[in-house]
Design a protein around this ligand. Structure first.
Ligand code: SF4
Ligand code: SF4
Length: 531
């Protein structure tokens, strides 16, 4: 059971004196000491910013500028394309030089459309946003609109559009702010809490107001006492009894929202469900700070804190980075590479993915860059057959059967994977680490998900094509029927007309006969006719 500290009032469903456990997980050695020792630093403005149109969950944004156009810092340059979407803003002033596909940081390694800005060094701000002095005067929809206008997405790594999440509904019992990073190398949330606790607190207050929730719990791992103390001090100074800090044990992957909810409340988010289904809404502490800036200062999301670490960089630390900045500039700001740098990862050692090179830009989802030495990356031993030891199931926080998932994924028998709840897999990598046969299980699960999504997309596309085909056939059938009916009616009308004509002719003939007959009889009756 974890030690817990509190600030604010009691009487809540979350009882910090009683925490629960989620299934599985691993106790990993923290590797944050060096990066967490330095304050948040800055990165010089790069000459070019590469801003992908898709930095969030949902449809890519649509460009709102053209090549050659001058843009200002904070100006919207791409608008959301659909409900689940987010705006993109210029992170500095300059000229749009290109809108074209560029390599982006993504596990697929593919290119995607980006807006490229050549910066002018002036950092001239856009003036289209208005700060407000009292956010409590705004309604939930007004607050949501400000969050949407600022392009805020989940900064814990998921990058789900925050305004969409805030539309989760009413009657929620608790807001949970997630400050449990739990990846061994990542400490950007810890530094944020230590240095900008007041911002996180304001974000919590804005979110409570926007969602009309009475209470908020901020979960911070129990090995980060300075972060807890900083936030508690801010809460005390504000005298806000609605918000409490709870220290949770540092067990990986506690930062997953399902796992955190289980630890705090003992409740399980149902399979295929989301936290609001059981009355909770989770936001990362970094997202809360971005919400505070968006609502109170009108600031769009144009930068974020990134942990830059690993034995491959000279001076690991956290940096405030403009979106679109190349990773190379971050490494440079940390004293450059050491001779040990062998791998470059984005997103941490457990859930991160390798980067092809350091020219790739920082995006909204970039919480960590690891320049790892060979020793830091677990050498992959030869893969051995599965011995059905069950270790993978023991550690799986989603309570899945990774060995069963693996059997089906390996033999490309993907359809049954849905029955084994493949999509509940959070790709945490615990099963990989536990597997004595060194099977890269998570890779199989990523592949299977991608393949199933592709099949679902293909199925949806062919369903649409079939529906279109059937609609066309129905339309053609209907047109043919209508044509046939018209022809029949025309023929009937012609028959009727012909019948009328014959009747008229018969009448005329009969009349003529009558006339002739009358004339004949008149002639017979005339004097001298001899009749
Ligand atoms: S841990 Fe590895 S060897 Fe053991 S059951 Fe799971 S997949 Fe098989
Ligand atoms: S990667 Fe997926 S299957 Fe493996 S332990 Fe994590 S949640 Fe379970």
């Amino acid at each position: 059971m974890a030690a817990a500290c509190r600030a604010g009032g009691g009487g809540t469903a979350v009882n910090p004196a009683r925490l629960w456990h989620f299934h599985g997980g691993l106790k990993l050695d923290a590797r944050t000491a060096r990066a967490a020792a330095a304050p948040i630093g800055a990165v010089p403005l790069p000459p070019r910013l590469v801003l992908p149109l898709s930095q969030h969950v949902g449809q890519p944004a649509e460009p709102a500028v053209s090549p050659g156009e001058r843009v200002l810092k904070g100006q919207p340059i791409a608008r959301p394309n659909g409900y689940v979407g987010a705006k993109v803003h210029a992170s500095s002033s300059g000229t749009v030089v290109e809108i074209a596909p560029h390599p982006v940081p993504h596990p697929s390694g593919l290119s995607a459309p980006c807006i490229v800005i050549e910066t002018d060094g002036l950092d001239e701000p856009w003036t289209g946003y208005e700060p407000i002095t009292d956010f409590t005067a705004l309604t939930g929809p007004e607050l949501r609109a400000r969050v949407r206008a600022a392009g805020v997405v989940g900064l814990g790594g998921a990058a789900f559009p925050t305004a969409v999440k805030l539309g989760a509904g009413s009657g929620l019992k608790r807001l949970i702010l997630n400050g449990a990073e739990c990846e061994p190398y990542i400490c950007c949330d810890e530094l944020l809490l230590r240095e900008r606790a007041a911002e996180v607190l304001t974000g919590a207050q804005v979110l409570l107001q926007a969602l009309d929730i009475a209470r908020c719990v901020v979960a911070i791992e129990d090995d980060k006492p300075a972060a807890q103390a900083a936030l508690e001090a801010a809460i005390r100074a504000a005298g806000d009894a609605r918000i409490e800090v709870v220290a949770v044990p540092a067990i990986y992957p506690e930062g997953g929202e399902r796992q955190l909810i289980k630890v705090l409340t003992g409740e399980e988010v149902p399979a295929r469900g989301v936290p609001p289904d059981i009355g909770y809404l989770c936001q990362n502490v970094g997202t809360a700070a971005a919400v505070a800036r968006a609502v109170t200062r009108g600031e769009p999301l144009i930068s974020r804190i990134v942990t830059v670490t690993g034995d491959g960089v000279a001076a690991p630390r956290n940096l405030e980075v403009r979106l679109g900045t190349p990773v190379a500039a971050l490494v440079e700001a940390c004293g450059g590479y050491t001779g040990q740098a062998a791998h470059l990862l984005m997103g941490g050692a457990m859930m991160g993915f390798p980067l092809a090179d350091d020219s790739l830009p920082v995006i909204k989802a970039t919480n960590c860059i690891v320049a790892a030495s060979r020793e830091e990356v677990r050498p992959r031993a030869p893969v051995m057959p599965c011995i059905r030891c069950g270790e993978c199931a023991e550690v799986c926080p989603a309570q899945l059967l990774p060995q069963q998932l693996y059997w089906h994924a390996r033999s490309d028998d993907l359809e049954p994977l849905d029955d084994y709840h493949l999509f509940d897999c959070i790709e945490c990598g615990c099963c990989d680490l536990a597997c004595p046969s060194q099977i890269p299980l998570t890779q199989y699960f990523r592949y299977a998900k991608t393949e199933l999504w592709a099949r679902q997309r293909d199925r949806a596309r062919s369903d649409i094509a079939r529906e279109r085909f059937e609609a066309r056939r129905e339309r053609l059938d209907a047109e043919q029927q209508a044509r046939k009916k018209r022809l029949e009616e025309k023929a009937r009308a012609a028959d009727e007309a012909r019948g009328d004509e014959q009747a008229r002719k018969a009448m005329i003939d009969a009349a003529l006969e009558r006339v002739q007959a009358r004339r004949g009889s008149d002639r017979d009756d005339s004097p001298g006719s001899g009749a």
